[in-house]
Unconditional design. Structure first.
Length: 193
């Protein structure tokens, strides 16, 4: 009789001993990213190799954006600040990168002012239109200059995607910037090991 009563408990104990299969990151194996050479907010030429060994948050936008880009950059910056406070070791291994899709206006000086407003370690990258087109294509980012507005300004239509890349530059996951900084930090903690 006692054997039958203990059988369900033994089964539970055996199941608990087996580790659950490791979940793969959602973008594992996706063809996103690749080598690039651009100019940072300090006017230095940098390449993807300069970020080797670091997780990267890759966001494509532009500094003259009236709404979405500053909101997303703020979510990324606040998520990094949250990680700075809760998991400083992880935070130090992450580089938030803002790549412009508007190289005509987003000079290093403009990017420096913009990125500094969101997080002290945020890197701004620009380049020639051809360089920006190549890196945008490698990351599956659409960008197109809108119609000229009165006064000479224009908007840039672009996809809204924030990638978390691993220390080797491989894609891990999309970060939910539209859900705010806490959701971004939680997703980073989930996939950055």
């Amino acid at each position: 009789m006692n054997i039958l009563r203990l059988a369900p408990l033994a089964a539970v104990a055996l199941v608990a001993c087996h580790a659950a299969p490791q979940e793969s990151p959602p973008l594992a194996g996706a063809r996103i990213g690749g080598p690039f050479t651009l100019v940072d907010q300090d006017g230095r030429t940098v390449s993807d190799r300069d970020f080797a060994g670091k997780y990267r948050i890759m966001y494509f936008g532009y500094t003259f954006c009236p709404d979405v880009c500053p909101t997303d950059a703020a979510a990324i910056g606040k998520a990094m600040a949250e990680l700075d406070g809760t998991d400083a070791d992880l935070a130090r291994r992450i580089v938030p990168i803002f790549v412009t899709v508007d190289p005509e206006r987003d000079t290093p000086k403009v990017l420096k002012s913009f990125t500094a407003a969101f997080h002290p370690r945020m890197v701004g990258l620009t380049g020639t239109p051809a360089q920006i087109a190549a890196v945008s294509k490698a990351y599956g980012v659409y960008a197109g200059k809108g119609a000229m507005q009165p006064g000479g300004g224009y908007l840039v239509n672009h996809s809204r995607t924030t990638y978390l890349m691993d220390a080797d530059g491989k894609p891990l996951a999309l970060l939910p910037t539209e859900q705010g900084p806490h959701a971004v930090a939680a997703e980073i903690k989930r996939w950055a090991k």
